[in-house]
Design a protein. Structure first.
Length: 117
């Protein structure tokens, strides 16, 4: 079952509202405003310089360049706050993810394009 106690169902309106809010912010704003790390054939942009509010999801341009990456941050200031949690869960062997086609070293060596507003 979805919830282990009845009172958990009281959180459903918050979950539904946050999902819609999150989708609107990322899929609309992150294709109109922000900066570009990688020149791609789409309009994706990184919305926030430091993305704590959207938990790394607003690094949308990075996501479009490396869609299967666990860490959406690419520059020194792009901190994906969920990435350390994912690494902890992997270390605890709660989750597991396959090796990416591009190694972490290759991703770090890849140079993003010039900062564009």
């Amino acid at each position: 079952m979805f919830a282990s106690s009845f009172w958990w169902f009281l959180l459903l309106p918050i979950v539904v509202t946050m999902g819609a809010f999150h989708g609107a912010v990322i899929n609309w704003f992150a294709h109109k405003y922000g900066y570009i790390n990688f020149r791609l054939k789409n309009t994706s942009r990184n919305l926030l310089v430091v993305d704590v509010l959207m938990l790394g999801e607003s690094y949308h341009n990075n996501h479009h360049k490396h869609p299967s990456s666990v860490n959406f941050g690419r520059r020194w200031h792009e901190i994906d706050p969920v990435y350390p949690i994912v690494l902890l869960l992997k270390w605890l062997r709660i989750i597991n993810f396959p090796k990416a086609s591009m190694s972490a070293l290759e991703v770090r060596q890849e140079k993003p394009s010039n900062h564009v507003e």
